[in-house]
Write a protein that binds this ligand. Structure first.
Ligand code: ADE
Ligand code: ZN
Length: 326
């Protein structure tokens, strides 16, 4: 359609993508086979059947299970490379991707294996596909702060290739404040800071991410609109929200796309951007996220363009690189 063509034509930046969430069932089966691991599914169809979620936790349980077949450097390379070739076809020219080291190190896969595979693919994407990148390691918030400290320690040999740290996994009951010390220590190592907040959790968690963790972007942040003072803070300080509309519908953060807050956020002057979160599980990469949102909310061309500009604006590219894209 016309709308899809317009979206395809706009160069885009992806700032909220979990590499483990880009693991398509076809590749999962292929890697499981060569690693001699049996998946609890007998076909790709039955995998897709299982991808029906009532909340974040139901998704996370399946997402962590899927990641179990990743064992070798080549597996992490293949995962990342598949993602990059996919988004290249959607005119994504810059990515800032998350990985969850603890999902792998807790199974005995070393930090080195994980990051070497991912980084080799990102480098190839830069040279072959001309996709620039940043890499963000996320601490799993359902685990302890002590465990996050161990991950920080394991990352230090690679701190020149890791740009920032994030905070993801089960939000309710795991407020940002639980990770105050490890975020402070991460900043001291030169890492930039982001955190998931206000996806299922309340606006207080967004305040905590800003005031206690001192993050520069909020991943999701859907719940901010209920809090006028918070909206003012986000606008005044140009704090970006990396929204993931298809994810929000899949995880029932909202009941229907036409309830998505992104249009109201733009109206109120919030630096809102659109991303895909876990596209293999939610059925939408960047273009589908833009398309579904634009269609359901009747976004204007100006609003669509603003979302894409905000993606670069909120990125960690240098000011001169941003200018080339905007
Ligand atoms: N890990 C992967 N996707 C996530 C999401 N949407 N929220 C929290 N943790 C995640
Ligand atoms: Zn996410």
């Amino acid at each position: 359609t016309e709308l899809l063509k317009i979206i395809q034509g706009i160069p885009k930046a992806e700032l909220h993508l979990h590499l483990e969430g880009s693991f398509e069932p076809e590749l999962m089966f292929e890697i499981a086979k060569r690693n001699k691991i049996t998946l609890p599914y007998d076909s790709i169809e039955s995998v897709k059947q299982a991808y029906k979620f009532n909340n974040l936790q139901e998704f996370l349980d399946i997402y962590y299970a899927g990641a179990q077949v990743l064992l070798h450097e080549q597996d992490f390379f293949d995962l990342t490379w598949a993602y990059l070739t996919k988004v290249h076809s959607q005119n994504v020219v810059h990515v800032e991707v998350f990985f969850d080291p603890q999902t792998h190190t807790d199974r005995g896969v070393s930090f080195d294996v994980v990051i070497k595979g991912i980084y080799r693919a990102l480098e190839k994407g830069k040279s072959v596909l001309n996709i620039s990148f940043k890499l963000i390691m996320s601490y799993l918030r359902h685990l302890s702060e002590e465990a996050a400290f161990e991950t920080l320690e394991a990352s230090l040999p690679y701190k020149d290739i890791i740009d920032g740290v994030g905070l993801d996994s089960s939000e309710m009951g795991n407020p940002p404040s639980k990770f105050e010390k490890v975020f402070k220590a991460s900043a001291a190592q030169g890492y930039k800071l982001v955190a998931h907040a206000g996806e299922e959790g309340p606006s207080e968690y967004i305040w905590e991410a800003l005031d206690i963790l001192k993050v520069e972007r909020i991943d999701h942040g859907n719940r901010c609109l209920t809090d006028e003072a918070l909206v003012k803070r986000l606008v005044d300080e140009k704090i970006a929200l990396t929204l993931c509309p298809t994810s929000n519908v899949a995880l029932k953060v909202i009941q229907h796309m036409n309830e998505h807050p992104v249009a109201k956020m733009l109206d109120q002057g919030i630096m809102a951007t659109i991303h895909s979160d876990d596209p293999a599980y939610f059925g939408g990469y960047m273009n589908e996220n833009y398309y579904e949102t634009a269609k359901a909310l009747n976004l204007t061309l100006e609003q669509i363009q603003q979302l894409a500009i905000n993606g670069f604006e909120a990125s960690w590219l240098s000011e001169s690189s941003k200018k080339k894209h905007i």
